[in-house]
Design a protein around this ligand. Structure first.
Ligand SMILES: Cc1cc2nc3c(=O)[nH]c(=O)nc-3n(C[C@H](O)[C@H](O)[C@H](O)COP(=O)(O)OP(=O)(O)OC[C@H]3O[C@@H](n4cnc5c(N)ncnc54)[C@H](O)[C@@H]3O)c2cc1C
Length: 496
């Protein structure tokens, strides 16, 4: 049996493990608990054309061509069309596999899948579970199926063990912060995005770009790192309240964005109004906040808000944020999703032998310059199955344990910035609106530190994360300057 090590317990890594269950010796490494991931936080749902019955109010039944067209349009046609077609076509089959295993999505009273609407989708095609708890229910369901997996929780992956262009294992900090190495025939990188490089983010606390940094250090190719998705509506409950996401599905259910005078802010900004693509809405919200306005989601048109969005309602109540009387939720934009990542083919192969990447950490080309809502769980599911298929069919199955070399012990000292300073400067230079001059100043500032190689004697997780974040920030800054024209979520002001 092949020995497979998966870095990351979100939907992408867990689904690879599901399709390998019983056919490979699988270990999942995750930095926190199994539950700590962006996948568990996903609220809105999974976009999929599931052969739903014609919906009464819709002229046309949903179809794959329409989902592909919406994805390309939101991505400003920067997407790789073949990758989009693959995801849209194969994703529903994976969802059906999960339904056959017992996964339940929300249904209507007549037992049909209850499809929701989100921004820039031209049909109701969002499957959801537990109202706004789709990620939690879906990811937990997949975890529950993994009876044969070895779990290494609270284990921090540091670097790949690379030998002659092939990955042979992963070095990591164990639960006692001791450095260890695990050998593998195949390694799957499923470590998610980079949210905590920015001050305001919807992302789980473990998401600090570690996998992207590991791939850069190992020599993988990356692509599209300038395309970061900022979500328009994170809760703005003041400094003491964690800014959870207020799902786009809330706007899909009828909420609109207004200022403190109840003036709708999306009128005249897009024909799709509040359901315009995220990059468009985030720029308008950002512009209004910069002009001194407080922005709210007006939920007065949403029927049964607390029943439709139980997790959000419960969080607002716990934090004494009135929404029932005022019918408004204060919001601000924040870093949400990385469209770029480690370049892969359709089976998840990276440039390095035996190394696959899948999920948010990977660049498959499906999202283009701006991800369509609810397409990333779909990407994780569909490409995870392809990765598992490739692992099972790849001929080479060398006994890795005999070939592993210990990671070179380098005691190169790192010189790192203060994390808060890094995050503030990154937010200023690489946020929703970018100026070339500010990016260049940021690059100059970053160049005064040493973070390109991890100090092999360092066992301080915070410092290692900071080094990884610096490397990711440098990569995004380079990519942002290289793309001299605005496109989708990469919005560059001209030189002054
Ligand atoms: C609040 C929120 C709501 C969202 N809602 C939706 C939605 O409704 N629909 C949709 O399609 N998408 C949604 N998204 C996006 C989507 O959830 C993610 O893009 C997707 O779940 C990513 O899955 P993943 O498996 O690639 O990564 P993740 O789920 O983020 O998992 C990454 C895993 O890697 C681990 N890890 C990271 N670094 C290391 C390390 N150094 N060592 C060991 N382990 C490590 C993490 O702890 C985690 O276990 C949402 C995202 C957020 C944040």
């Amino acid at each position: 049996m092949k020995k497979v090590v998966i870095v990351g317990s979100g939907i992408a890594g867990a689904t690879v493990a599901l399709y390998l269950e019983g056919q490979a010796d699988v270990t999942i490494i995750c930095k926190g608990n199994q539950e700590d991931s962006n996948s568990m936080l996903a609220q809105g749902g999974v976009a999929a054309v599931m052969q739903a019955k014609r919906l009464e109010k819709e002229q046309e039944p949903d179809n794959e061509a329409s989902h592909v067209a919406d994805t390309l349009s939101a991505g400003v046609f920067h997407n790789q069309k073949k990758a989009v077609e693959k995801m849209v076509h194969e994703g529903p089959q994976v969802i059906q596999d999960l339904i056959d295993l017992g996964m339940t999505f929300d249904t209507t009273i007549d037992g049909q899948l209850n499809m929701g609407l989100e921004g820039a989708h031209s049909h109701k095609r969002i499957l959801h579970a537990g109202g706004d708890q789709t990620g939690l229910q879906l990811t937990s369901f997949v975890h529950e199926q993994l009876s044969k997996v070895n779990w290494l929780s609270h284990t921090f992956a540091l670097d790949f063990v690379v030998e002659e262009g092939k990955v042979r294992g992963v070095s990591y900090l164990d639960t006692n912060n001791q450095r260890q190495t695990i050998d593998a025939d195949e390694v799957v990188l499923a470590s998610g995005g980079i949210g905590h490089l920015f001050q305001d983010t919807s992302n789980d606390q473990t998401i600090t770009g570690d996998g992207i940094a590991m791939a850069i250090r190992a020599g993988c190719d990356l692509s599209d790192m300038e395309f970061l998705q900022f979500h328009p509506s994170l809760l703005d409950g003041g400094k003491k309240v964690h800014p959870i996401l207020i799902s786009e599905a809330v706007r899909g259910a009828g909420a609109i964005l207004v200022d403190e005078n109840d003036c709708p802010i999306m009128v005249g900004r897009s024909s799709k109004l509040d359901l315009a693509p995220r990059d468009v809405v985030s720029r308008v919200v950002n512009e209004q906040i910069q002009a001194g306005h407080q922005i709210y989601l007006d939920i007065s048109r949403v029927t049964n808000f607390s029943q439709q969005f139980p997790a959000i309602a419960s969080y607002l109540k716990q934090n004494n944020i009135d929404f029932e009387t005022s019918q408004r939720i204060p919001i601000k934009p924040g870093m949400h999703f990385l469209m770029g990542g480690v370049k892969t083919d359709f089976s998840g192969h990276t440039k390095l032998g035996n190394l696959y990447a899948v999920g948010e950490v990977a660049f498959t080309g499906v999202h283009g310059a701006n991800r369509l809502a609810s397409n990333s769980l779909l990407e994780g599911l569909s490409f995870a199955r392809s990765v598992a298929d490739a692992i099972l069919s790849d001929k080479e199955n060398s006994s890795a344990s005999e070939q592993v070399q210990q990671v070179t012990q380098s005691s190169t000292k790192m010189r790192l910035p203060n994390r808060a300073d890094l995050v503030k400067r990154t937010s200023d230079a690489l946020g929703i609106i970018r100026k070339p001059e500010t990016i260049r100043q940021f690059q100059d500032w970053l160049s005064t530190f040493d973070y390109h190689i991890l100090d092999q004697t360092c066992t301080n997780r915070h410092q290692i994360e900071t080094a990884n974040l610096c490397l990711v920030a440098e990569t995004i800054a380079n990519a942002a300057l290289a793309r001299t024209q605005s496109l989708g979520a990469h919005y560059l002001l001209p030189e002054e």
